[in-house]
Write a protein that binds this ligand. Structure first.
Ligand SMILES: [Zn+2]
Length: 324
């Protein structure tokens, strides 16, 4: 929020309008890239990653940026000179950097027009290692430079455990900040105390009560798990001689588990082995599929999910929805 400008990911419904604006030659700060043949289709491919970012003022577009997550590159930064404020490009770049960082990207690049390279450099971008003789070299920014100390410590921990640096990019997983405020939500099936963030705790109680009204018993298997818990789990498995690739097949690396957020739950129902796909065959799962959304919960890893992660019918995440 700055000068009435709002920064947010683009929505599907906005794509035709955005594609038209780009086709009409909205000025772009980036250089050296060909526009894709089908702009709308290209923009649509960015929506699931939230990597198409808009700056709006009221219902007018002030600018937009797009990040290529796979190549850690800012693809475009369009500005509408009539609606943008002088701060808008900075705000868009900051949002692009935060998004890249959330996928664990450490260095973000961009190829800019000569006349704006001074401005881009003022935001911490430097001529990249593969600059060559191109008239518009790739400029790079080290995103860890000046980053939150907690994040730097997390990246160090991941490196130390041998987690591939491109894990977030490869699986389209975002770093999950560890919840700070947690409240008790009772015991799990192993008789351990469990905690969630307050809004998720309230939603979970409502979900569980509603299920029991339909003769469905939902039981907690796990809720909040901190980064250290997950790191120790990895260390134990490594000590047992498992390879990092094998561990990653069944566990999210520390930093990427949704359980860090205090918004994710693993559930089961009596008579079913916890954390096994057979939960997906139960009445409880079918009830969740139809009703969990009412209480703000969503299945994070359904069958054939975009993360390429095995189906986890027991894993649900609370998504804060204002006005719910
Ligand atoms: Zn889970």
């Amino acid at each position: 929020m700055n000068n009435g400008i709002r920064i947010r990911p683009a929505r599907n419904a906005e794509l035709p309008t955005l594609a038209r604006l780009i086709e009409n030659q909205l000025p772009d700060m980036m250089a050296g890239r060909k526009r894709p043949a089908n702009i709308e289709k290209h923009l649509a491919s960015l929506i699931p990653d939230k990597s198409l970012i808009l700056a709006t003022r009221g219902n007018r577009l002030a600018g937009l940026t797009a990040v290529d997550i796979d190549h850690a590159l800012i693809l475009a930064c369009y500005l509408d000179p009539e609606t943008a404020s002088p701060e808008t490009p900075k705000q868009l770049f900051k949002a692009a950097e935060q998004l890249a960082l959330s996928y664990g990207i450490r260095k973000l690049g961009c190829q800019v027009k000569k006349q704006v390279s001074g401005f881009i450099k003022s935001m911490g971008y430097r001529t990249g290692s593969e600059a060559g003789d191109s008239p518009t070299p790739v400029l790079e920014k080290d995103l860890l430079d000046g980053a939150d100390p907690e994040l730097i410590a997390l990246i160090k921990l991941q490196d130390e455990l041998g987690i591939p640096a491109d894990y977030g990019i490869r699986y389209r997983m975002c770093l999950q900040p560890e919840a700070k405020t947690l409240v008790p939500v009772g015991r799990d099936i192993f008789d351990r105390d469990q905690r969630l963030v307050p809004a998720a705790a309230t939603a979970w109680t409502r979900l569980q009560t509603a299920a029991s009204g339909h003769a469905i018993e939902l039981k907690l298997v796990s809720a909040f798990r901190g980064v250290n818990y997950q790191a120790n789990l990895f260390r134990r498995k490594l000590e047992q001689g498992q390879s990092i690739d094998d561990i990653l097949k069944v566990s999210a690396p520390p930093g990427y588990s949704e359980h860090h957020s205090g918004q994710a739950i693993d559930v089961t129902t009596p008579g079913i082995k916890p954390l096994e796909p057979e939960f997906g065959e139960t009445k409880a799962y079918r009830w969740l599929r139809s009703n969990a959304g009412i209480y703000g919960f969503k299945e994070s890893y359904p069958r054939e999910n975009r993360h390429g992660i095995a189906w986890e019918p027991w894993h649900w995440r609370y998504h804060h929805r204002p006005g719910l």
